[in-house]
Design a protein around this ligand. Structure first.
Ligand code: PBG
Length: 330
């Protein structure tokens, strides 16, 4: 009985001590693997986001404090999202390219204080659009691709001029990566990178984010530009286009429910792969942990490790600062 052949192989022997487990741990998390998404608003003070406990819309002083705390625990990159006053939202989203707007001012302040911080900026019209869409809306409700790209290029140039290190188009218009690359190069910003939202799905997990920016579509949905959650092959088509158009990094969004897509991009490209653990993923984890149903530190580190194991080099996560604190023991 005790010498049955299948017991010659005992995988548990390699798990018997921390030292042995340490030999063959395949995936690790460090604060350098994170981009920290932050919300800014034009008023003063900190406005909590109800469906994202622990996250707020910051004023400039609050933004600097938050980045200071994240920097102190090793986080070296942020991505900025603006909560724009309703009165500044227009059909053509003109505010998106205002050099004195919220985002350009925030970029300049951050780069002045931390020249080594990698400041990533979102390119899309939705925070600035009175229609709540990432693109320009035609009278019949269609989203106009090429007309949108012209505005996106102006937005990208405005952010680059303010000092952004990496432009991240999240709009999903066809051909925008190439057009933004040309616009940046034409403007002399050859060193500004593009992190493309390559496989961005039409996901219900973005709900809390839209609450934070009050940016939900006024009519219709985003299914004519964001990808169908039932599709994986299509992500490879988007990848091929983004690579050809000059993307420096590619992204999958959301992350947790799309680990297979992260893996397939990882296997198909030599570019760095990013994954966005979005607002709804954060909200789910937070809600269960606040009720004491899950152990927050363990479950968050496990979910982020899984995203790295699937093949993500870098993760956009609202938990970035917290993870830095956990990992540094502070
Ligand atoms: C829109 C944008 C969205 C997010 C990032 N950029 C929402 C959307 O597409 O409606 C979502 C991020 C999150 O949920 O955390 N350009």
């Amino acid at each position: 009985m005790s010498s049955l052949p299948f017991r010659r192989q005992r995988p548990r022997r390699n798990r018997k001590s921390a030292a042995l487990r340490g030999f063959h741990s395949e995936t690790w998390l460090g604060p350098q693997h994170f981009i920290y998404p932050l919300f800014v608003h034009p008023g003063s003070g900190r406005i909590p986001i109800e469906s994202m406990p622990g996250c707020s819309r910051h004023d400039m002083a609050g933004l600097l404090e938050e980045v200071e705390a994240a920097w102190a625990v090793g986080v070296r990159s942020v991505v900025l999202f603006p909560a724009i006053e309703e009165s500044k939202k227009t059909h053509r989203a003109e505010e998106s390219a205002n050099p004195a707007g919220l985002i350009p001012v925030a970029i300049a302040k951050l780069k002045e204080r931390w020249p080594e911080l990698c400041v990533v900026t979102d390119v899309a019209l939705d925070p600035y659009s009175s229609d709540g869409h990432d693109g320009l809306v035609a009278p019949d409700g269609r989203i106009l691709n090429d007309e949108t790209i012209e505005i996106l290029c102006e937005q990208a140039l405005c952010q680059a001029a303010a000092g952004a290190d990496m432009i991240a188009p999240s709009d999903m218009m066809d051909g925008r990566v190439g057009a933004i690359r040309d616009a940046l190069d034409g403007g002399g910003f050859t060193e500004v990178s593009i992190l493309s939202y390559t496989a961005k799905y039409a996901s219900a997990f973005y709900g809390p984010f839209r609450e934070a920016l009050d940016s939900a579509p006024k009519a219709g949905d985003k299914k004519t530009y964001q990808m169908d959650p039932s599709n994986a092959r299509e992500a490879l088509r988007e990848l091929a286009l983004d690579e050809a158009e000059g993307a420096d990094m590619v992204m999958v969004k959301p992350a947790g429910a799309y680990l297979d897509v992260i893996k397939s991009l990882r296997e198909a490209t030599a570019l760095p792969v990013a994954a966005y653990q979005v607002s709804g993923e954060y909200a789910m984890l937070k809600a269960a942990c606040e009720r004491g149903w899950l152990d927050e530190k363990k479950v968050v580190l496990e979910s982020l490790t899984a995203i790295r194991r699937a093949g993500a080099d870098v993760i956009l996560s609202y938990y970035a600062r917290q993870v830095g604190e956990w990992l540094s023991g502070s």
